[in-house]
Design a protein around this ligand. Structure first.
Ligand SMILES: [Zn+2]
Ligand SMILES: [Zn+2]
Length: 265
């Protein structure tokens, strides 16, 4: 497709999506009309069903049960290069659906309500980053998608909290999707894939960085980007993602959710 044709097509697609999914009018989860009780373009009913994370691993933010000693198995067995990671939601069905619409359905406008959920979390998190950045996409992928979903949300946070945003890293290799790989393969898969953009060398020195990504799965991507930033002399890296994959916690998570639903009904 010619560049101009693609641009026209993208504009047209965005207009069509605006008609189908008008912003700030319909709930981003169920499509019901919003009212004054709605929060972040989410109706009251869906908001009450959102899988906010409460009991989490104090290091990586994974959902864990109350009786756990505070650190998940993944963190006990692995050394990550970030200081702390946190996620707003558990990556359960409801979030999977909306993230897929955002990433693969061309619904770019979702960066705003989803980014607002990140902003809400960030405002309660006791950290003071000097710089916001996002996990980069491979250039060709970003071009075909039209946007980097993590970057759009990161820029929203940066703007709202008046923190500078920089694309500190670039993705230099297009690796296979992490989705189907186990932890060991994921670690190999992200190796030599990201690079620090050396033009930010003087800016990053001794700075605290907030790194934004969409979904935290095993921590390999966040840790690898953090390693590169630390190597470039950043002081500390905090990771904030929209959702935390359930992995081995899925059974426990589903059980807790079932109990909660039974209690509420
Ligand atoms: Zn709804
Ligand atoms: Zn953990």
């Amino acid at each position: 497709m010619k560049i101009e044709t693609k641009q026209k097509w993208d504009e047209w697609k965005e207009k069509l999506l605006d008609v189908l999914y008008p912003r700030h009018i319909k709930c981003i989860f169920c499509g019901e009309e919003l009212n004054e009780k709605s929060i972040n373009d989410t109706c009251e009913k869906c908001f009450n069903e959102l899988p906010f994370l409460h009991h989490v691993c104090k290091r990586c933010g994974a959902p864990i049960r109350d009786n756990n000693d505070g650190v998940c198995l993944n963190c006990k067995e692995n050394n990550f290069d970030f200081s702390l990671a946190r996620s707003v939601f558990a990556y359960d069905e409801m979030i999977v659906k909306v993230v897929h619409k955002y990433k693969y359905g061309g619904m770019k406008f979702l960066y705003e309500p989803l980014g607002d959920f990140l902003c809400d979390y960030f405002s309660t998190w006791d950290i003071a980053p000097d710089i916001v950045t996002a996990v980069p996409l491979y250039k060709a992928k970003e071009k075909s998608r039209g946007y980097n979903q993590s970057k759009l949300m990161a820029k929203l946070i940066a703007k709202k909290f008046s923190i500078p945003y920089y694309d500190l890293c670039v993705k230099v290799k297009d690796n296979v999707s992490q989705t189907e790989l186990d932890l060991k393969k994921r670690k190999q898969n992200v190796k030599d894939v990201y690079e620090f953009d050396t033009k930010y060398r003087s800016i990053i020195k001794d700075k605290t960085i907030l790194l934004i990504d969409d979904v935290y799965t095993t921590g390999s991507t966040s840790s690898e980007v953090s390693r590169i930033l630390k190597h470039a002399k950043a002081k500390e890296i905090y990771v904030l993602t929209l959702a935390h994959g359930l992995g081995d916690n899925k059974l426990e998570y589903d059980k807790d959710k079932k109990e909660k639903t039974l209690k509420n009904n």
